[in-house]
Design a protein around this ligand. Structure first.
Ligand code: NAP
Length: 282
């Protein structure tokens, strides 16, 4: 398997390259400076040079609030650019893996979302990612991997944000307690993507660590492990008005993942332990 990773400096892209190296797979990574996925000519040229068997698209505009104020840019990068990758994947005979999001769902109810539930995003980021999913499905061989609440080494993420607040001396943190999702560790997701490819998986699949929580629950778990004296208070979403609406329930069902891999990913609390250990070690 030869893997081309786009968005390779992001938290998932970097984790994929690291996991591919661990497995001794041939892999080449590109980020915005060497391959802008919104440039169809550059995408075709790179794909025809590398001749990958798999393209994993981790490139995205991931700032949800910025997507709300710049919806055209969001659609161009998260949506239309995926069409460039789909066309190039077909030219090279490669599988296109498009990484997508829990934010394609509307967040209503309390049941976990299944792969075939209708998408109905509540914000511009979700709409642009839903467009990306539909363009990924134009590739002859594709795998749409929906994930959520990513954290991992070197990333701009929630764990990093909480640790930074604690380090800067905060003794009380107010954290939203009415949005529920599945925190997911980028290295676990990277390993699962490569395992799914090795098994020839196609179509759409949810890949998240086991369990779910709220942002408040996630913050409490981080603080309990790193700064037990700090108080974490639950607050409603309205306490932090943001430009983009967030879905209240974005828990993803993982029955298909369990069937295909014969296992779940480890519980998110276990993944958090490993993330914090890795931070201490580095
Ligand atoms: N983060 C989450 O919580 C989360 C949740 C669900 C799904 N996802 C999805 O998971 C995937 C990976 O997310 P992540 O957290 O690893 O993202 P990330 O850390 O923000 O990395 C994305 C990378 O893509 C690069 N990029 C942006 N525009 C590009 C372009 N036009 N061409 C090439 N590269 C470009 C970014 O560069 P710059 O930094 O310079 O812009 C960045 O290095 C994305 O598809 C995202 O939508 C993420």
């Amino acid at each position: 398997m030869t893997v081309l990773v786009t968005g390779s400096r992001g938290q998932l892209g970097a984790a994929l390259l690291a996991e591919a190296a661990r497995r001794r797979l041939a892999a080449e990574g590109h980020d915005l400076d060497t391959l802008d996925i919104a440039d169809p000519v550059a995408v075709e040229r790179t794909v025809l040079r590398v001749r990958p068997s798999v393209i994993v698209n981790c490139a995205a505009m991931t700032d949800v609030d910025r997507c709300e104020s710049e919806p055209d840019a969001a659609n161009r990068i998260n949506g239309l650019a995926v069409g460039n990758l789909a066309r190039a994947a077909d030219l090279a005979g490669a599988v296109l893996v498009q990484v997508s999001t829990d934010y394609v769902f509307p967040g209503t109810g309390s049941r976990p979302w299944a792969e075939d539930d209708p998408v109905d995003p509540v914000n511009a980021y979700g709409r642009s990612k839903a467009l990306g999913e539909s363009l990924a499905r134009t590739a002859r061989r594709h795998l749409v991997v929906r994930t959520a609440w990513l954290f991992g080494p070197g990333g701009r993420n929630f764990v990093e944000a909480i640790l930074r607040q604690v380090e800067s001396g905060a003794r009380t943190l107010d954290v939203v307690a009415d949005q529920r999702g599945c925190p997911t560790y980028a290295p676990d997701l990277a390993g699962a993507i490569l395992d799914l490819l090795a098994r020839g998986a196609t179509g759409t699949i949810h890949v998240v660590n086991a369990g779910s929580t709220t942002w408040h629950g996630f913050a409490r778990a981080i603080v309990a492990r790193t700064a037990p004296g700090v108080a974490v208070r639950p607050v409603p979403t309205e306490a932090f008005p943001r430009p983009a609406r967030r879905p209240a329930n974005s828990v993803l069902a993982t029955d298909r993942l369990r069937r295909l891999l014969g296992r779940e990913l480890p519980p998110w609390e276990n993944a958090l332990d490993r993330d914090l250990e890795a931070r201490c070690a580095s």
